[in-house]
Design a protein around this ligand. Structure first.
Ligand SMILES: Nc1ccnc(=O)[nH]1
Length: 431
């Protein structure tokens, strides 16, 4: 028996030690393996995880920071206006170039599946042309799902609904929306109803920017739960952001959560962006603007951390690192218990893969041969270190390698190198 690639000596997220034998684009064996291989990847003592998955991103805007100017107020609304200026000028070529550069960053970070919103507001749909081209170009190593996203409103923008339908006709995968940005609460609710009918009619999933506001009365998630159930979209619907839930009345939330669970709607908070954009109109104390993550998890609602933005009109930082995203989420949601920290790692890997409905995801015989070798002993250590991605394998190909970043120390009588990994190395209990 021989393999194309053999990953030796790694530790899986559940703590099992296992070698991984890859043939073609498939994982052929997992366990103790002594066999010939075209290539051996030494992962001794390293966490070997299935790839990172980002369920919420904006590839059409990424890596545009500073053009035509920066977001001075730091608000969502100025970001939307600023993006509108950029969108009017951006060419297909330039958007493809930026998105491909971002996908390179993603591959180097072991981020191998992304759900990206694509703005359908501009009737020329250059955004859609660009991202369809990118989806095709990266498909041999990165799974890209596109969401038709009417950034300026399904009804509020001229031709908004028609443009969204045209984007779906062009082959965009998921139905998007932004009810809190429509002109009135009533129009927002009507857009949710309309979009659920469009998704159900076409057999597509739905993923709405939903209640991305600090207004405790923004309650489109309630309408989404109702309409998802009415149109039979259970298990295929996502509420992204849900920041208003942070500010809602506690009694009302106690009624709302079971309705979200019943509709099997997944929630995607985007902690880097939510902590940056929300609460901007508050004096002290300032609200955090992150939705109720632990409370939803306790109800059995699927919750996945999303990245949302990197270097764009809404966010001035970012490196395509889903460990940064989970690290921020862990802090803001105060998920500090060992099992909660481990859950944060699971959310940016297998959990997000469930939300996106990725097939062949995981480390087991028969799964797609995509994985990442991290310079950490276990998931919580990976979070603590935002660990180096030593090797990334995508669909049977080694696509990225990098060295450990241990420091060489020059201190009298002290060790010559400093490794950030904890010498004791004992994985913390996660169950
Ligand atoms: N966080 C967001 C990024 C882009 N567009 C939005 O509506 N929201």
């Amino acid at each position: 028996m021989s393999f194309d690639i053999l990953v030796k000596g790694g530790v899986l997220p559940d703590g099992r030690q296992a070698d991984i034998g890859i043939r073609g684009t498939t994982i052929a064996a997992v366990g103790r393996i002594e066999a010939e291989a075209g290539r051996v990847v030494d992962a001794t003592g390293c966490l070997v995880a299935p790839p990172f998955v980002d369920p919420h991103f904006h590839l059409d805007a990424t890596l545009s920071y500073g053009t035509p100017r920066i977001n001075a107020s730091g608000t969502l609304l100025e970001g939307i206006a600023l993006w509108g200026e950029l969108r009017a000028e951006a060419t297909v070529e330039e958007m493809v170039e930026r998105a491909l550069s971002y996908c390179d960053w993603a591959a180097s970070m072991g981020l191998l599946a992304i759900r990206s919103h694509v703005d359908t507001t501009d009737p020329a749909l250059r955004t859609v042309q660009a991202l369809l081209e990118v989806r095709e170009k990266v498909k041999d190593w990165l799974d890209l799902q596109l969401v038709a996203f009417p950034q300026d409103g399904l009804y509020r923008a001229p031709g908004g609904r028609e443009n969204l339908i045209r984007a779906l006709d062009m082959g965009v995968d998921v139905v998007g929306g932004i009810p809190h940005f429509e002109r009135t609460m009533a129009e927002g609710a009507a857009s949710v109803r309309d979009l659920c009918e469009i998704a159900a009619g076409r057999g597509l999933p739905i993923d709405l920017h939903c209640d991305e506001t600090d207004d405790p009365m923004s309650r489109h998630i309630e309408t989404l739960a109702y309409e998802v159930t009415r149109t039979g979209l259970q298990g295929r619907a996502v509420g992204s952001h849900l920041t208003s839930m942070h500010s809602m009345d506690n009694y009302y939330v106690s009624k709302l959560l079971p309705l979200i669970a019943e509709a099997r709607i997944a929630a995607i908070p985007n902690p880097l962006i939510n902590i940056m954009l929300q609460g901007r109109h508050d004096s002290f104390p300032k609200r955090r603007g992150l939705t109720r993550v632990k409370e939803m998890l306790a109800q059995g609602i699927e919750v996945g951390w999303g990245q949302d933005c990197v270097l764009d009109p809404w966010y001035s930082l970012g490196t395509a690192d889903m460990l940064d995203v989970a690290f921020m989420g862990l802090h803001v949601a105060q998920m500090s218990a060992p099992a909660e920290m481990a859950r944060c790692f699971e959310m940016v890997t297998a959990g997000n893969a469930r939300i996106l409905g990725l097939e062949g995801y995981g480390i087991a015989p028969g799964c797609t041969a995509s994985l990442v070798v991290l310079d950490a002993g276990h998931p919580v250590e990976a979070l603590r270190l935002r660990a180096e991605r030593l090797c990334v394998i995508a669909k049977g190909r080694v696509v990225s390698e990098r060295a450990r970043n241990d420091a060489r120390l020059s201190l009298p009588g002290r060790p010559a190198t400093v490794a950030r990994r904890h010498a004791a190395g004992a994985p913390v209990a996660t169950r």
